[in-house]
Write a protein that binds this ligand. Structure first.
Ligand code: 13P
Ligand code: SF4
Length: 378
Protein backbone atom coordinates (compact mmCIF):
# COMPACT_ATOMS: atom_id res chain seq x y z
CA UNK A 1 0.00 0.00 0.00
CA UNK A 2 1.21 3.50 -0.77
CA UNK A 3 0.90 6.11 1.93
CA UNK A 4 0.15 9.55 0.60
CA UNK A 5 1.17 11.79 3.42
CA UNK A 6 -0.86 14.67 2.26
CA UNK A 7 -3.08 15.37 -0.68
CA UNK A 8 -4.22 18.80 -1.69
CA UNK A 9 -5.03 20.94 -4.68
CA UNK A 10 -3.03 23.92 -5.87
CA UNK A 11 -4.30 27.14 -4.53
CA UNK A 12 -6.18 29.15 -7.13
CA UNK A 13 -3.40 31.79 -7.30
CA UNK A 14 -1.10 29.31 -9.05
CA UNK A 15 -3.67 28.65 -11.75
CA UNK A 16 -3.96 32.36 -12.49
CA UNK A 17 -0.23 32.94 -12.89
CA UNK A 18 1.22 33.26 -16.39
CA UNK A 19 3.71 30.68 -17.62
CA UNK A 20 6.50 33.28 -17.41
CA UNK A 21 5.70 33.95 -13.76
CA UNK A 22 5.50 30.25 -12.98
CA UNK A 23 8.84 29.57 -14.69
CA UNK A 24 10.45 32.40 -12.73
CA UNK A 25 9.16 31.02 -9.42
CA UNK A 26 10.09 27.43 -10.29
CA UNK A 27 13.61 28.52 -11.20
CA UNK A 28 13.88 30.49 -7.95
CA UNK A 29 13.13 27.30 -5.98
CA UNK A 30 15.63 25.35 -8.07
CA UNK A 31 18.31 27.97 -7.44
CA UNK A 32 17.58 28.01 -3.71
CA UNK A 33 17.53 24.23 -3.22
CA UNK A 34 20.38 23.52 -5.65
CA UNK A 35 21.48 19.86 -5.85
CA UNK A 36 19.14 18.94 -2.98
CA UNK A 37 16.29 19.04 -5.50
CA UNK A 38 16.01 16.81 -8.55
CA UNK A 39 13.22 17.32 -11.06
CA UNK A 40 12.71 14.21 -13.17
CA UNK A 41 10.61 14.31 -16.35
CA UNK A 42 9.23 11.49 -18.45
CA UNK A 43 9.36 11.96 -22.24
CA UNK A 44 5.55 12.26 -22.44
CA UNK A 45 5.49 15.44 -20.38
CA UNK A 46 4.46 18.77 -21.87
CA UNK A 47 7.28 20.88 -23.36
CA UNK A 48 7.16 23.60 -20.72
CA UNK A 49 7.39 21.01 -17.94
CA UNK A 50 10.17 19.02 -19.59
CA UNK A 51 12.10 22.29 -20.02
CA UNK A 52 12.24 22.65 -16.21
CA UNK A 53 13.36 19.04 -15.61
CA UNK A 54 16.96 18.41 -14.54
CA UNK A 55 16.87 15.01 -16.19
CA UNK A 56 14.49 13.41 -18.63
CA UNK A 57 14.16 9.80 -19.67
CA UNK A 58 12.09 6.73 -20.31
CA UNK A 59 10.84 4.57 -17.43
CA UNK A 60 14.02 2.53 -17.24
CA UNK A 61 16.34 5.55 -17.36
CA UNK A 62 14.28 7.43 -14.77
CA UNK A 63 14.45 4.42 -12.42
CA UNK A 64 18.21 4.34 -12.83
CA UNK A 65 18.43 8.08 -12.16
CA UNK A 66 16.43 7.70 -8.95
CA UNK A 67 18.55 4.69 -7.96
CA UNK A 68 21.82 6.56 -8.64
CA UNK A 69 20.86 9.89 -7.05
CA UNK A 70 23.38 10.94 -4.41
CA UNK A 71 23.08 14.61 -3.43
CA UNK A 72 19.36 15.04 -3.77
CA UNK A 73 16.96 14.90 -0.83
CA UNK A 74 13.81 15.79 -2.76
CA UNK A 75 12.53 14.50 -6.08
CA UNK A 76 9.69 16.19 -7.95
CA UNK A 77 8.52 13.49 -10.33
CA UNK A 78 6.95 14.82 -13.50
CA UNK A 79 5.38 11.60 -14.71
CA UNK A 80 2.73 9.26 -13.36
CA UNK A 81 2.04 7.62 -10.02
CA UNK A 82 3.82 4.27 -10.53
CA UNK A 83 6.97 6.13 -11.58
CA UNK A 84 6.98 8.22 -8.40
CA UNK A 85 6.47 5.06 -6.32
CA UNK A 86 9.42 3.41 -8.07
CA UNK A 87 11.58 6.48 -7.46
CA UNK A 88 10.65 6.42 -3.76
CA UNK A 89 11.55 2.73 -3.44
CA UNK A 90 14.87 3.04 -5.26
CA UNK A 91 16.01 6.34 -3.79
CA UNK A 92 15.22 5.11 -0.25
CA UNK A 93 16.53 1.57 -0.41
CA UNK A 94 18.35 0.45 2.76
CA UNK A 95 21.95 1.08 1.62
CA UNK A 96 21.06 4.57 0.41
CA UNK A 97 19.30 5.34 3.68
CA UNK A 98 22.33 4.10 5.61
CA UNK A 99 24.67 6.33 3.53
CA UNK A 100 22.49 9.32 4.44
CA UNK A 101 22.27 8.45 8.11
CA UNK A 102 18.61 7.47 7.76
CA UNK A 103 17.51 10.63 5.97
CA UNK A 104 14.81 9.91 3.38
CA UNK A 105 14.55 11.35 -0.09
CA UNK A 106 11.12 12.87 -0.33
CA UNK A 107 9.33 12.14 -3.61
CA UNK A 108 6.38 14.24 -4.72
CA UNK A 109 4.02 13.82 -7.65
CA UNK A 110 2.86 17.35 -8.55
CA UNK A 111 -0.69 16.15 -9.29
CA UNK A 112 -1.96 13.03 -7.51
CA UNK A 113 -4.49 12.45 -10.28
CA UNK A 114 -1.63 11.60 -12.65
CA UNK A 115 -2.16 7.84 -12.71
CA UNK A 116 -1.82 5.28 -15.48
CA UNK A 117 -4.99 3.67 -16.81
CA UNK A 118 -3.04 0.55 -17.78
CA UNK A 119 -1.61 0.15 -14.28
CA UNK A 120 -5.16 0.46 -12.94
CA UNK A 121 -6.25 -2.57 -15.02
CA UNK A 122 -4.54 -4.97 -12.61
CA UNK A 123 -5.33 -4.70 -8.91
CA UNK A 124 -3.44 -6.72 -6.32
CA UNK A 125 -6.57 -8.63 -5.23
CA UNK A 126 -7.22 -9.63 -8.85
CA UNK A 127 -3.62 -10.81 -9.28
CA UNK A 128 -3.77 -12.84 -6.07
CA UNK A 129 -7.09 -14.41 -7.08
CA UNK A 130 -5.69 -15.31 -10.50
CA UNK A 131 -2.58 -16.83 -8.92
CA UNK A 132 -4.68 -18.95 -6.55
CA UNK A 133 -6.95 -20.09 -9.38
CA UNK A 134 -3.93 -20.99 -11.53
CA UNK A 135 -2.56 -23.00 -8.63
CA UNK A 136 -5.52 -25.37 -9.07
CA UNK A 137 -4.50 -26.29 -12.62
CA UNK A 138 -0.77 -25.69 -13.00
CA UNK A 139 2.31 -25.79 -10.79
CA UNK A 140 2.74 -22.19 -9.67
CA UNK A 141 6.21 -23.07 -8.28
CA UNK A 142 7.28 -23.18 -11.96
CA UNK A 143 5.26 -20.07 -12.93
CA UNK A 144 7.32 -16.87 -12.84
CA UNK A 145 5.46 -13.55 -12.58
CA UNK A 146 6.76 -10.63 -14.63
CA UNK A 147 5.21 -7.23 -14.12
CA UNK A 148 5.64 -4.29 -16.42
CA UNK A 149 6.93 -1.30 -14.46
CA UNK A 150 3.57 0.35 -15.30
CA UNK A 151 1.96 -1.25 -12.24
CA UNK A 152 1.30 -0.41 -8.61
CA UNK A 153 4.03 -1.10 -6.03
CA UNK A 154 1.81 -3.81 -4.52
CA UNK A 155 2.12 -5.81 -7.75
CA UNK A 156 5.88 -5.34 -7.82
CA UNK A 157 5.97 -6.63 -4.26
CA UNK A 158 3.86 -9.65 -5.27
CA UNK A 159 6.36 -10.37 -8.02
CA UNK A 160 9.30 -9.97 -5.64
CA UNK A 161 7.72 -12.43 -3.19
CA UNK A 162 7.04 -15.00 -5.91
CA UNK A 163 10.52 -15.11 -7.46
CA UNK A 164 9.66 -12.79 -10.36
CA UNK A 165 10.95 -9.63 -11.98
CA UNK A 166 9.85 -6.15 -13.08
CA UNK A 167 10.49 -5.16 -16.69
CA UNK A 168 10.30 -1.98 -18.71
CA UNK A 169 9.65 -1.58 -22.41
CA UNK A 170 13.43 -1.52 -22.94
CA UNK A 171 14.24 -4.83 -21.26
CA UNK A 172 11.06 -6.91 -21.53
CA UNK A 173 12.74 -9.60 -23.62
CA UNK A 174 15.68 -9.92 -21.24
CA UNK A 175 13.26 -10.10 -18.30
CA UNK A 176 11.19 -12.87 -19.90
CA UNK A 177 14.39 -14.77 -20.74
CA UNK A 178 15.47 -14.32 -17.11
CA UNK A 179 12.12 -15.78 -16.03
CA UNK A 180 12.40 -18.80 -18.33
CA UNK A 181 15.75 -19.65 -16.75
CA UNK A 182 13.86 -20.04 -13.46
CA UNK A 183 10.56 -21.62 -14.48
CA UNK A 184 8.53 -23.18 -17.29
CA UNK A 185 5.83 -20.56 -17.63
CA UNK A 186 5.53 -16.80 -17.28
CA UNK A 187 2.59 -14.77 -16.08
CA UNK A 188 2.91 -11.30 -17.61
CA UNK A 189 0.92 -8.27 -16.42
CA UNK A 190 -0.66 -5.79 -16.87
CA UNK A 191 0.04 -5.06 -20.58
CA UNK A 192 -1.01 -7.88 -22.87
CA UNK A 193 0.48 -6.12 -25.91
CA UNK A 194 4.00 -5.68 -24.54
CA UNK A 195 3.87 -9.30 -23.31
CA UNK A 196 2.58 -10.68 -26.60
CA UNK A 197 4.83 -8.60 -28.87
CA UNK A 198 7.89 -9.54 -26.84
CA UNK A 199 7.08 -13.24 -26.50
CA UNK A 200 6.22 -13.56 -30.20
CA UNK A 201 9.62 -12.05 -30.99
CA UNK A 202 11.09 -14.89 -28.92
CA UNK A 203 9.31 -17.46 -31.07
CA UNK A 204 6.51 -18.32 -28.64
CA UNK A 205 3.35 -19.16 -30.65
CA UNK A 206 0.08 -17.36 -30.00
CA UNK A 207 -1.71 -20.56 -29.00
CA UNK A 208 0.65 -20.80 -26.03
CA UNK A 209 -0.30 -17.32 -24.84
CA UNK A 210 -3.78 -17.38 -23.34
CA UNK A 211 -5.13 -14.07 -22.07
CA UNK A 212 -6.28 -14.00 -18.45
CA UNK A 213 -9.47 -11.96 -18.15
CA UNK A 214 -9.97 -11.01 -14.49
CA UNK A 215 -13.67 -10.42 -15.17
CA UNK A 216 -14.37 -13.85 -16.71
CA UNK A 217 -16.94 -15.75 -14.69
CA UNK A 218 -15.51 -19.23 -15.26
CA UNK A 219 -12.86 -18.93 -12.54
CA UNK A 220 -10.09 -19.62 -15.10
CA UNK A 221 -9.76 -16.19 -16.67
CA UNK A 222 -11.65 -17.26 -19.78
CA UNK A 223 -9.30 -20.12 -20.77
CA UNK A 224 -9.67 -23.87 -20.47
CA UNK A 225 -7.58 -25.98 -18.15
CA UNK A 226 -5.80 -27.49 -21.19
CA UNK A 227 -4.99 -24.05 -22.65
CA UNK A 228 -3.43 -22.99 -19.37
CA UNK A 229 -1.51 -26.25 -19.03
CA UNK A 230 0.05 -25.99 -22.46
CA UNK A 231 0.70 -22.23 -22.15
CA UNK A 232 4.16 -20.65 -22.04
CA UNK A 233 3.11 -17.07 -21.29
CA UNK A 234 -0.16 -16.16 -19.58
CA UNK A 235 -1.01 -12.59 -20.55
CA UNK A 236 -3.10 -10.26 -18.43
CA UNK A 237 -6.03 -8.56 -20.15
CA UNK A 238 -4.73 -5.00 -19.82
CA UNK A 239 -3.65 -2.40 -22.35
CA UNK A 240 -2.68 1.22 -22.80
CA UNK A 241 -5.63 3.31 -23.91
CA UNK A 242 -3.28 5.67 -25.78
CA UNK A 243 -1.32 3.08 -27.78
CA UNK A 244 -4.33 0.93 -28.61
CA UNK A 245 -5.56 3.78 -30.81
CA UNK A 246 -2.89 3.15 -33.45
CA UNK A 247 -4.33 1.02 -36.27
CA UNK A 248 -2.85 -0.92 -39.25
CA UNK A 249 -4.69 1.40 -41.68
CA UNK A 250 -2.65 4.33 -40.30
CA UNK A 251 0.53 2.50 -41.27
CA UNK A 252 -0.80 1.70 -44.77
CA UNK A 253 -1.99 5.24 -45.36
CA UNK A 254 1.34 6.86 -44.37
CA UNK A 255 3.33 4.38 -46.45
CA UNK A 256 1.16 5.23 -49.44
CA UNK A 257 1.47 9.01 -48.94
CA UNK A 258 5.18 9.06 -48.12
CA UNK A 259 7.11 6.34 -49.94
CA UNK A 260 10.22 5.32 -48.02
CA UNK A 261 8.78 6.32 -44.65
CA UNK A 262 9.88 4.18 -41.70
CA UNK A 263 7.40 3.17 -39.04
CA UNK A 264 8.65 3.32 -35.46
CA UNK A 265 6.31 2.28 -32.64
CA UNK A 266 6.22 1.70 -28.91
CA UNK A 267 5.75 -2.01 -28.00
CA UNK A 268 2.53 -1.15 -26.14
CA UNK A 269 0.90 -0.94 -29.60
CA UNK A 270 -1.41 -3.83 -30.58
CA UNK A 271 0.20 -6.73 -32.39
CA UNK A 272 -1.21 -5.95 -35.86
CA UNK A 273 0.45 -2.51 -35.78
CA UNK A 274 3.63 -3.77 -34.12
CA UNK A 275 4.09 -6.41 -36.82
CA UNK A 276 3.77 -3.86 -39.63
CA UNK A 277 6.33 -1.49 -38.06
CA UNK A 278 9.95 -1.29 -39.18
CA UNK A 279 11.26 -0.62 -35.67
CA UNK A 280 9.98 -0.59 -32.12
CA UNK A 281 11.26 0.40 -28.72
CA UNK A 282 10.88 2.34 -25.52
CA UNK A 283 10.44 6.11 -25.64
CA UNK A 284 14.20 6.44 -25.10
CA UNK A 285 14.94 4.15 -28.03
CA UNK A 286 12.45 5.98 -30.26
CA UNK A 287 14.30 9.24 -29.57
CA UNK A 288 17.75 7.72 -30.18
CA UNK A 289 16.60 6.09 -33.44
CA UNK A 290 15.45 9.42 -34.89
CA UNK A 291 18.53 11.27 -33.53
CA UNK A 292 20.95 8.77 -35.03
CA UNK A 293 19.28 8.38 -38.43
CA UNK A 294 20.88 10.08 -41.44
CA UNK A 295 19.33 13.55 -42.09
CA UNK A 296 16.41 13.60 -44.51
CA UNK A 297 14.87 10.32 -43.38
CA UNK A 298 11.12 10.03 -42.95
CA UNK A 299 9.54 8.63 -39.78
CA UNK A 300 5.99 7.87 -38.69
CA UNK A 301 5.92 7.39 -34.95
CA UNK A 302 3.37 5.47 -32.92
CA UNK A 303 3.61 6.77 -29.40
CA UNK A 304 2.30 9.62 -27.24
CA UNK A 305 1.71 12.91 -29.05
CA UNK A 306 3.85 15.22 -26.90
CA UNK A 307 6.96 13.16 -27.51
CA UNK A 308 6.35 13.00 -31.25
CA UNK A 309 5.73 16.76 -31.50
CA UNK A 310 8.94 17.43 -29.54
CA UNK A 311 10.88 15.14 -31.86
CA UNK A 312 9.52 17.12 -34.83
CA UNK A 313 10.74 20.39 -33.29
CA UNK A 314 14.10 19.10 -32.12
CA UNK A 315 14.88 17.31 -35.39
CA UNK A 316 14.02 19.59 -38.28
CA UNK A 317 16.59 17.66 -40.32
CA UNK A 318 14.18 14.69 -40.33
CA UNK A 319 10.60 14.41 -41.56
CA UNK A 320 8.63 13.27 -38.54
CA UNK A 321 4.93 12.34 -38.70
CA UNK A 322 2.50 11.22 -36.02
CA UNK A 323 1.27 7.74 -36.94
CA UNK A 324 -2.40 8.40 -36.22
CA UNK A 325 -4.71 11.00 -37.78
CA UNK A 326 -6.38 11.39 -34.38
CA UNK A 327 -4.90 12.81 -31.19
CA UNK A 328 -3.41 10.05 -29.01
CA UNK A 329 -2.25 11.70 -25.86
CA UNK A 330 -1.85 10.51 -22.31
CA UNK A 331 -4.39 12.57 -20.40
CA UNK A 332 -2.89 11.65 -17.04
CA UNK A 333 0.69 12.59 -17.96
CA UNK A 334 -0.81 15.87 -19.18
CA UNK A 335 -2.14 16.63 -15.72
CA UNK A 336 1.31 17.75 -14.63
CA UNK A 337 1.58 21.39 -15.59
CA UNK A 338 3.68 24.37 -14.52
CA UNK A 339 1.08 25.43 -11.93
CA UNK A 340 1.18 22.05 -10.16
CA UNK A 341 4.95 21.89 -10.42
CA UNK A 342 5.40 25.37 -8.96
CA UNK A 343 2.89 24.69 -6.17
CA UNK A 344 4.57 21.42 -5.19
CA UNK A 345 8.09 22.90 -5.33
CA UNK A 346 7.22 25.93 -3.23
CA UNK A 347 5.61 23.67 -0.64
CA UNK A 348 8.72 21.48 -0.57
CA UNK A 349 10.89 24.55 -0.15
CA UNK A 350 8.70 25.76 2.71
CA UNK A 351 9.02 22.39 4.47
CA UNK A 352 5.33 21.57 4.05
CA UNK A 353 5.41 19.13 1.14
CA UNK A 354 2.20 18.12 -0.61
CA UNK A 355 1.44 14.99 -2.66
CA UNK A 356 4.26 13.00 -1.07
CA UNK A 357 4.49 9.45 -2.40
CA UNK A 358 5.83 7.08 0.22
CA UNK A 359 5.53 3.34 -0.26
CA UNK A 360 5.09 1.43 3.01
CA UNK A 361 8.12 -0.49 4.24
CA UNK A 362 6.92 -4.04 3.60
CA UNK A 363 5.72 -3.28 0.06
CA UNK A 364 8.91 -1.35 -0.67
CA UNK A 365 11.10 -4.20 0.60
CA UNK A 366 9.57 -6.80 -1.75
CA UNK A 367 9.20 -4.40 -4.67
CA UNK A 368 12.88 -3.64 -4.36
CA UNK A 369 13.72 -7.33 -4.77
CA UNK A 370 11.91 -7.36 -8.13
CA UNK A 371 13.22 -3.92 -9.18
CA UNK A 372 16.83 -4.84 -8.45
CA UNK A 373 16.44 -7.84 -10.72
CA UNK A 374 15.10 -5.48 -13.38
CA UNK A 375 18.11 -3.18 -13.06
CA UNK A 376 20.43 -6.15 -13.44
CA UNK A 377 19.03 -7.42 -16.76
CA UNK A 378 19.45 -5.28 -19.85
P1 13P B 1 8.72 4.03 -21.60
O1 13P B 1 9.16 3.05 -20.61
O2 13P B 1 9.07 3.61 -23.00
O3 13P B 1 9.20 5.38 -21.27
O4 13P B 1 7.13 4.06 -21.62
C1 13P B 1 6.39 4.39 -20.51
C2 13P B 1 4.99 4.45 -20.83
O5 13P B 1 4.16 4.67 -19.99
C3 13P B 1 4.59 4.18 -22.19
O6 13P B 1 3.24 4.34 -22.31
FE1 SF4 C 1 -0.04 4.58 -18.84
FE2 SF4 C 1 -0.50 4.56 -21.48
FE3 SF4 C 1 -0.17 6.88 -20.20
FE4 SF4 C 1 1.91 5.22 -20.57
S1 SF4 C 1 0.74 6.31 -22.15
S2 SF4 C 1 1.38 6.32 -18.67
S3 SF4 C 1 0.88 3.24 -20.35
S4 SF4 C 1 -1.85 5.40 -19.90
Amino acid sequence: MTVMLESAHPLPPYKSLSNDELVERIDAVRADLGPKLLILGHHYQQDEVIARADLRGDSYQLSQMAADSTDCRMIAFCGVHFMAETADILANRPEKLAERGGERVQVVLPDLAAGCSMADMAGIAQIEDAWDALGEVIDTQRLIPVTYINSAASLKAFVGRHGGIVCTSSNARAAIEWAFKRGDKVMFFPDQHLGRNTAMGMGIPLDQMPVWDPYALDGLGGSTEQQLQKSKVILWKGHCSVHQMFRPEHVHSLREKHPGIQILVHPECPRDVFELADYSGSTGKIIRTVQEAPPGTKWAIGTELHLVNRLKQEHPEQEVYFLSPVVCMCATMYRIDLAHLCWSLENMQAGSPVNVIEVDEETARWSLVALERMLEVK
